[in-house]
Design a protein around this ligand. Structure first.
Ligand SMILES: Cc1ncc(COP(=O)(O)O)c(C=O)c1O
Length: 412
């Protein structure tokens, strides 16, 4: 059987390309790449733990990156840990806090049903080691019910992990309210939030929100892959889950990815320059894409909320009677790059747990497509995508047995 990769490569590059998959990983702008390049062989190529000149130069990159990110989050010195990805940060937060518990009577962790797998899987690992994992359901737009959260908390609870923004449907949780509920019930419960899809898209002030731990990932904001951060409030105790040495990071052994950190530093700087203006523009493009799809394509469901409670970069729709993976391939031939179902698990042909959790049926979840707007997109990019999506869906519905059946019924 011919591979899809061969098919797409033979098909060649389309005349216009619009990358709308910044959820899974993003395009890295030249300013960011240029910032990284000298750190491979001109300066700072040493080990940041070592006190020779290239080591000090590398160390300076770490320090200045943490200082910059710290300012954007209102974090104090020493509260950010460098890892290599959002996945590593989430693992460190959950397992590291579990290992550091002094009160062994607290063994319950509460996570929302729509967390990223890098939160759900470590929580399941804890379950295998005798912890109790409680999954809190969400409503049909992806919101956690504050009253339900309150009802689930008890004296056994040591941690709650609820993401700031959902990676698939863009739901912005009311973190301030959720943290307040948890802390009013029991100050000792640790509140972790995975902000991989929130950082640099919505304002986040960890002190104001009262968050204890927060995850960030570089490649979600046009930074390079290979950098994650975990904010840990000074009063929270965690233990390292990796053993080793030679790192400036107390909780994450192994050398830091210095060129990637230099790139991430630049990406942060760019993201927070004209932040409000950029976000407002992204919202306009987001709404144009949502409205255009609904107007031009029949049988479409919008997944997630509308308006201010939706992330400025997120569009997620279910195209009924077609299958998500076939949409990604058909749109690829037309130069529109999107992802289907659960972003990080697109090669796993299972319906997204997020789309199922908001009450969609299996078929609806299978036809879900995620589009991510970035600040580099233009109106022209969105109009081009809108010119390609309707014929792509129409073609797939004509050739898919399910789509044909539905269309014949409509004609009858
Ligand atoms: C919400 C969320 N958390 C965590 C991750 C994992 O981050 P990384 O790809 O840096 O491991 C992702 C990745 O897509 C994500 O969307």
């Amino acid at each position: 059987m011919r591979k899809v990769s061969e098919f797409l490569i033979e098909h060649g590059k389309p005349s216009r390309e619009v990358y709308l998959d910044h959820e899974n990983s993003g395009w890295v702008p030249p300013e960011v790449v240029n910032e990284m390049l000298p750190y491979f062989n001109q300066k700072g190529y040493g080990h940041p733990s070592i006190t020779n000149r290239p080591g000090w130069e590398a160390y300076e990159v770490l320090e200045s990156t943490l200082e910059l990110v710290g300012r954007t989050l209102n974090v104090s010195d020493g509260e950010l840990i460098i890892t290599h990805s959002g996945t590593e940060s989430n693992n460190l937060a959950i397992k590291g806090a579990a290992l550091a518990r002094t009160d062994k009577e607290r063994y319950k962790i509460i996570v929302s049903a729509i967390e990223h797998p890098s939160v759900i899987f470590p929580a399941r690992t804890l379950e295998e080691h005798g912890f109790k994992l409680v999954t809190i359901p969400v409503d049909n737009e992806g919101f956690v019910d504050p009253e339900m959260l309150e009802a689930l908390i008890d004296e056994k609870t040591f941690m709650v992990s609820i993401q700031a923004v959902n990676h698939e449907i863009g739901t912005i949780q009311n973190l301030e309210e959720l943290v307040k509920i948890v802390k009013e019930r029991d100050e000792k419960i640790i509140f972790h939030t995975d902000a991989s899809d929130a950082y640099a898209r919505i304002p986040l002030d960890v002190k104001k929100l009262g968050i204890d731990m927060m995850t960030i990932s570089s490649h979600k904001i046009h930074g390079p892959k290979g950098v994650g951060l975990l904010y840990v409030d000074k009063k929270i105790k965690i233990k390292s889950i990796l053993d080793g040495a030679l790192s400036t990071q107390r909780f994450w052994p192994g050398v830091e990815n210095v060129p990637a950190l230099a790139g991430f530093r630049k990406a942060v700087e760019l993201a927070f320059t004209d932040f409000e203006k950029i976000v407002e523009r992204m919202k306009v493009l987001r709404d144009r894409l949502i409205d255009g799809i609904i107007e031009k394509v029949p049988d479409v469901l919008l997944n997630g909320p509308r308006g201010e409670k939706r992330a400025p970069d997120n569009v997620n729709v279910s195209f009924l009677h077609v299958e998500g993976e076939s949409i990604t391939i058909e749109l690829s031939t037309r130069g529109v790059y999107v992802s289907s179902g659960s972003a990080c698990t697109s090669r796993v042909l299972e319906p997204s747990h997020v789309i199922l959790a908001i009450g969609r049926r299996y078929e609806e979840a299978h036809g879900s497509i995620l589009f991510k707007i970035s600040r580099y997109h233009t109106e022209g990019d969105i109009e081009y995508a809108l010119s390609q999506i309707p014929p792509a869906i129409q073609r797939l519905r004509t050739i898919s047995p399910l789509g044909r059946e539905i269309m014949e019924e409509a004609v009858d």
